[in-house]
Structures are given as C-alpha cells and as structure tokens.
Design a protein around this ligand. Structure first.
Ligand SMILES: [Zn+2]
Length: 140
C-alpha cells in the first residue's frame, strides 16, 4: 500500500507528520509545526482542529470551510520562523491553492503564542501584493 505523503509538504508520510496532531494525540512542538498542521487541516477541511488551535482571543465563532467552488490546497512553503518572545513566534509562509481552475497563492505573516505548553494561532498579515497567480501556471 502506498503511504500518503503529508499535505503540508514535509516529505513525511501523513501518519508520521500532521496526522497525530490533527487527532489530538500529540501537540505541536513549534509554531512552525502548528502552522503546518493547520495548513493540513485546511487541506482536509478539518474545521474542528482549526478552531482548537486558534487562540480564544481571535478565534471565530464558526468556521465554514464549505466554500463553493472549494479551494484545493496544493502546496505550502515556510519562508521564515522566528521567536519574537519567550512564548511568541512568527511564521511567514506561502500557501498555494487552486480555486475555480485558477492557481493562487496566499502569502501570510502569522503570529503564534504558546500557553501552557501549547502553541496557538493568533492572527496574520496577508500580503495582498503577492496574491496573484503562480508563475508558470497562468495558462491552464
Ligand atoms: Zn505534515
């Protein structure tokens, strides 16, 4: 049986990467690991996990991942990961997705906080300037 590689692009099998995090069996060791698992949760439409890893000060009351047309998440690239305090971190990433036959990219600078040993997503600045189509994928 072919092992499924993790949607987050780590190169590891899903079962040994984000799966234990989504299942609540293991906590993310770093903000980057949490970011990766949240990307995987978006790709798998796991709204419950996204809510669980969202800091309660910024967490939306409800999360609707049933968009139409539904985005297909096709890749994650971590550009930067740095600690901005003892329990604070910043992760910059580009997530690529396809919606309605068009490839798009989301460039975000996300803020994370660690509380009682668990990392949470707070919010992020989205760089709209780079939210265009991916080079080389303009023609479909
Ligand atoms: Zn993963």
């Amino acid at each position: 049986m072919k092992t499924t590689s993790c949607p987050c692009g780590s190169g590891l099998p899903f079962a040994r990467c984000c799966a234990p995090l989504l299942a609540g069996e293991r906590a993310a060791n770093t903000a980057e690991a949490l970011m990766r698992s949240r990307y995987t949760a978006f790709a798998r439409r796991d709204a419950a996990y996204l809510q669980r890893t969202w800091h309660d000060s910024t967490r939306p009351a409800a999360l609707d991942l049933e968009e139409d047309p539904a985005p297909k998440w096709i890749g994650l690239q971590i550009l930067a990961h740095e600690h901005t305090g003892a329990d604070r971190a910043r992760v910059e990433f580009v997530a690529r997705y396809r919606v309605g036959g068009r490839a798009r990219r989301l460039h975000e600078n996300s803020r994370f906080v660690r509380e009682r040993g668990h990392w949470y997503y707070i919010d992020g600045d989205i760089d709209e300037g780079t939210a265009g189509p991916i080079e080389g994928e303009r023609r479909q």
